[in-house]
Design a protein around this ligand. Structure first.
Ligand code: XIL
Length: 395
C-alpha cells in the first residue's frame, strides 16, 4: 500500500469486544423470547416532576443513553427511563461495530428492538453514532486499509439510516473527530483520517444527507469546558473545523456537546463556554448537550458532599448551556448510577487507600441523576432547577 500523508497509527477496536458481547447476549435472548418481552414492557408517559417535563416547559427535550439489555432485564429501570425521558440515545446498539460485526452481515436485532421500545413509549431516538474511531470492526479496518473505498462507509449508512428514519431525526454523524493534543493538525488519528484524509468529515455528512434528507446532522465532541490550554485549543480547532465544512458546503446542522464533566479537571470556565456556544450559535447551528455526566474525584467524602459537588458542577454547566437559546435539549449518559459507564477505578481507590477501614467502599460513581436504587439525587433537582431558571430555546 502506498504511504499516505495521513497514514498514521491509530487506536483500534477498544470497544469492539464489549459491543459484540452486548449484541450476542441480546440476540440469544431475543431468539428465546421471540419478541414477547417487548409487548410486556410497561408503558407510562413521562411523569410529572420528571426531567422531560421540566425540559418541555422550557421548550427543550431531555433524554438519557440506555442499553437494550438493561431495559429488558430490569423492569423498574425501564419504567423509570420511560417516566423521565422524552428521548433515548442507544448506548452501544447503533455503533458500527455492533451493527456490522462481519462484512455485509448486519446485526440489526438489538437496534430494531430499541427503536421498537422507543416507538412503543413515544420516545424519539438520537442517532449515535455513525463514524467513530472506537467502533470499527476489525474487518472494516482491514477493508478500508486494503481497498480505500468510501463505498464501504456509504453502504453502511444506507443500511441503517433509512431504517430508523421515523424515530431518529438527529444524528451524530461523526463522533470525536478532534485529537486531544495538537498532532495531525488537531484531527484525531483514525482509520477514516488515515485512509481518506480530513475530507472524510465532509464525505460522511454528504452521505448522511442522502439517507436522512430532513434530519439534523451533527458532529459530536468532548472537552470544551475548562480553561485548560487543551480545552482552549479544542474550542478553537472545532470552530475552524465547522468553518471549513461550511465553506465546502457540507450539510452540517448542529453540534453535540458531550459534556462529560470531571471533578478532577478543575473548574469549568463559564466565560469560555458561553463565548464558544455563542460562536457556534452565530453560525446557525443547533446545539445539543449529548452526554452529560460527572466523574467524581473525592470518593472518600460523605455521600451528601459527593452528591452536592456533582450537582453543583452540572448546574454551573447547565446554567451556561441553557442560557444559550440554540441549545435544544440535554441528554445524560445514563440515567441511574446503577448502569453508569463511569467507574471507580483502581487509581481512584489508591488515592483514598485509608478511607474505608470499616471494610465498606465508595460504591459506584454517583455522576447521574438517579442513584443506584433509582432514587433522585441532588443532580436531578439541580437539573429541574436549571430548566426552570433558563430562558426558552429558539430551535
Ligand atoms: C461508551 C459506552 O457507554 C460504553 O458502554 C461503550 O463500551 C463505549 O462507549 N463518548 C461517546 C460514547 O461518544 O459513545 C461512549 O459510550 C462514552 C464516551
Amino acid at each position: 500500500m502506498a504511504a499516505r500523508p495521513w497514514g498514521i497509527r491509530y487506536p483500534v477496536r477498544e470497544f469492539f469486544d464489549e459491543e459484540r458481547q452486548v449484541h450476542e447476549s441480546i440476540s440469544r435472548r431475543r431468539l428465546l423470547q421471540s419478541g414477547a418481552a417487548i409487548a410486556a414492557w410497561p408503558s407510562p408517559a413521562t411523569a410529572k416532576g420528571s426531567l422531560a417535563a421540566a425540559a418541555r416547559r422550557n421548550g427543550r427535550s431531555y433524554g438519557a443513553a440506555a442499553r437494550l439489555d438493561h431495559l429488558r432485564k430490569d423492569r423498574a429501570f425501564a419504567a423509570t427511563v420511560a417516566a423521565e425521558c422524552a428521548q433515548l440515545t442507544p448506548e452501544v446498539e447503533l455503533k458500527w461495530a455492533a451493527l456490522e460485526p462481519a462484512r455485509g452481515q448486519l446485526s440489526l436485532a438489538a437496534m430494531d428492538d430499541l427503536a421498537a421500545w422507543a416507538r412503543q413509549h413515544g420516545k424519539s431516538v438520537h442517532g449515535h453514532t455513525l463514524v467513530w474511531h472506537r467502533s470499527i470492526a476489525p474487518w472494516a479496518i482491514e477493508a478500508l486499509r486494503d481497498e480505500p473505498d468510501w463505498g464501504i462507509v456509504h453502504r453502511y449508512f444506507a443500511s441503517v439510516m433509512p431504517r430508523y428514519g421515523d424515530v431518529i431525526d438527529t444524528w451524530d454523524v461523526v463522533n470525536e473527530p478532534l485529537a486531544s493534543d495538537d498532532g495531525q493538525d488537531g484531527l484525531r488519528p483514525s482509520p477514516f483520517l488515515a485512509v481518506f484524509g480530513p475530507d472524510y468529515l465532509r464525505r460522511a455528512l454528504d452521505s448522511a444527507r442522502i439517507f436522512a434528507p430532513r434530519a439534523k446532522l451533527l458532529i459530536n465532541e468532548f472537552g470544551f469546558e475548562t480553561d485548560h490550554p487543551r480545552d482552549a485549543a479544542k474550542r478553537k480547532r472545532f470552530l475552524r473545523l465547522v468553518d471549513d465544512l461550511r465553506k465546502m458546503g457540507a450539510p452540517l446542522n448542529g453540534v453535540g456537546l458531550q459534556a462529560h464533566l470531571d471533578l478532577g479537571h478543575g473548574r469549568l470556565s463559564q466565560t469560555a463556554l458561553e463565548a464558544f456556544l455563542a460562536e457556534l450559535a452565530a453560525r446557525g447551528l443547533i446545539l445539543m448537550v449529548t452526554e452529560l455526566d460527572v466523574k467524581e474525584a473525592d470518593y472518600a467524602a460523605p455521600v451528601e458532599r459527593r452528591d452536592a459537588a456533582v450537582a453543583a458542577i452540572a448546574r454551573t454547566y447547565l446554567d451556561v448551556a441553557l442560557a444559550q437559546p440554540a441549545v435544544r435539549g440535554v441528554t445524560t449518559w445514563g440515567l441511574s448510577d446503577r448502569y453508569s459507564w463511569l467507574e471507580v477505578t483502581p487509581a481512584d481507590l489508591a488515592r483514598h487507600s485509608a478511607a474505608w477501614d470499616d471494610g465498606s467502599g465508595p460504591g459506584v460513581n454517583r455522576g447521574l441523576p438517579l442513584d443506584a436504587a433509582l432514587r433522585p439525587k441532588p443532580l436531578h433537582k439541580a437539573m429541574l432547577d436549571a430548566f426552570a431558571a433558563a430562558p426558552k430555546t429558539t430551535v
